[in-house]
Design a protein around this ligand. Sequence first.
Ligand code: FE2
Ligand code: FE2
Length: 208
Amino acid sequence: MPTLDELIVAFDRGLRTVFAPAHSARAVPGEELPHPELSAAERAHAAALMRVNHTGEICAQALYQGQALTARNPAAKEALDHAAREETEHLAWTGRRIEELGGRQSLLNPLFYAGSFAIGAVAGLLGDRWNLGFLAETERQVVAHLDGHLTRLPAADEKSRAVVEQMKADEARHATSALEHGGAELPAPAKAAMRAASGVMTGTSYWI
Ligand SMILES: [Fe+2]
Ligand SMILES: [Fe+2]
């Protein structure tokens, strides 16, 4: 069981993830690119897609924090903590891009954080093989999702595209690392349930 201290730290991280601006150690991908000429509709669409990605990163933070809280093996815990710090950069990049496009973050973020944290904590309790397998599958699904966004983003919006491209490369690396740490291949119904759950997130956060 997690200690009271660990629970307090987890709660504090959750509040900061959802309500405080994230910071990035790495430069924002595409920073050097000029701001594209977009129509009002294109701008709104791009902002909504980046809102979906931002909420996805909120969920990633929550999953990692939940998993790290209940994971048993110190090496797995450390790998999860490290990946969670990298996801903070994605959070910062997508948050900034939403602002540049004149959009706003999803109002549902606290809800998605709480739900994802609970799912992560349960995955952590299943033991490291399944926990890391769950992580690898999550990251693979995120890579596929980001691929979809690369085709849906307005053609001229190279700045958003640069952010999504770098995130995609990072998520693929997270998947590989989880497998290297001993992640198991999840059964097909589990993968399908995960796709359904993330479909709810991406479908609602585009609008709300
Ligand atoms: Fe990410
Ligand atoms: Fe990731």
